[in-house]
Design a protein around this ligand. Structure first.
Ligand code: SF4
Ligand SMILES: [Zn+2]
Ligand SMILES: [Zn+2]
Length: 319
């Protein structure tokens, strides 16, 4: 197999691959390792295999992969397929002008090139409002609303399509920066859920994050070697997201002390054990039946807020 030349970090021209002693093309300072492209792929797959061992799943369980069209979700879908899992992609068009069209196209193109099955849905059809509609009607933090909607609809659609496992492309950087934010703000209830696996319950698919051992840059290199075309632009609604600030702080520490992100996340996870279904709320939303800590779930509360607001606007116009 002919592979593209890739390099990352400051790699001397004579550097040897840590694994096969051939010419190294990839430098991973946080692992104190250099790899040729072939050995990098072995390293990458091993990191995913190691993550999958942590999740109490049966090896042949079919997995619904949440596909956004970005590098993480496409790399996830690619590597799970390489490892022999039966997968299907699920893409939700969020209705973000320009960005959503590009995301849908990248997802479609990847599925077509690998002959994989992909289902498409639109947030507007599912919820009655696109993300653009929501952003113009509420002052809530758009990323937290978006995250909540994606979580609930991914689960609902996966169950509807007969899947009991949903995999998302969250990587080590995402998980470490989220952990940092939750620790700094003493968010105990979020910390309790800070694990790359959540168990299944009646009507709820289990959630897994098979890329949690891999850094964003390692995923970018994987996509480059595997010729995966993905949407490179950032979501235009992400400006000002606090997660970026936490990630920048971690990147600063990482540049001074390679391996900090891994030590921070893995050290924390070692103190935890996989959550069980008894530890998640047993309450159901009285409107949609989703698992909820309150009588009405967050998604139904947003819907009520948006619908009431629209009602007020229509009434205002009519009088
Ligand atoms: S950046 Fe925020 S708004 Fe954009 S897709 Fe991600 S969570 Fe949604
Ligand atoms: Zn090698
Ligand atoms: Zn609800």
């Amino acid at each position: 197999m002919k592979l593209n030349v890739t390099s990352y970090g400051r790699l001397p021209t004579y550097a040897k691959c840590t694994r096969c002693k051939g010419k190294a093309l990839v430098h991973l300072p946080s692992h104190h390792a250099n790899f040729c492209n072939e050995c990098f792929l072995v390293f990458f797959r091993n990191a995913v295999k190691r993550a999958m061992k942590l999740f109490p799943l049966r090896p042949r369980d079919p997995i619904m992969v949440a596909v956004s069209g970005g590098k993480d979700s496409l790399a996830l879908w690619s590597v799970l397929t390489e490892l022999g899992y039966y997968t299907k992609g699920l893409h939700i068009d969020l209705g973000i002008p320009g960005f959503s069209e590009a995301s849908r196209e990248a997802s479609k193109q990847f599925a077509r090139s690998r002959n994989l099955e992909l289902s498409f849905y639109s947030l507007k059809d599912l919820f009655g409002f696109s993300l653009l509609d929501i952003r113009s009607r509420t002052h809530r933090m758009i990323c937290s609303v978006c995250g909540m909607l994606k979580r609930q609809f991914l689960n609902r659609l996966a169950i509807q399509e007969g899947f009991s496992i949903v995999a998302t492309g969250h990587n080590l950087d995402d998980e470490a920066s989220r952990l940092m934010g939750n620790i700094l703000r003493h968010r105990e209830s979020y910390l309790a859920k800070a694990y790359p696996y959540l168990p299944a319950m009646p009507g709820v698919a289990s959630r897994i994050k098979p890329l949690f051992r891999l850094e964003s840059e390692e995923i970018r290199i994987y996509c480059q070697i595997q010729n995966i075309s993905y949407v490179k632009d950032r979501c235009p609604f992400s400006k000002g997201a606090t997660s970026h600030i936490f990630l920048e702080s971690l990147e600063f520490l990482e540049s001074k002390m390679p391996g900090t992100k891994r030590d921070f996340l893995f050290g924390y996870l070692e103190t935890k054990r996989p959550p069980t279904s008894d530890e998640t709320p047993g309450e159901r939303c009285s409107i949609c039946g989703a698992i909820s800590y309150r009588n009405i779930c967050g998604v139904c509360r947003i819907k009520e807020e948006l619908t009431k607001r629209d009602g007020r606007i229509v009434k205002g116009k009519a009088t």
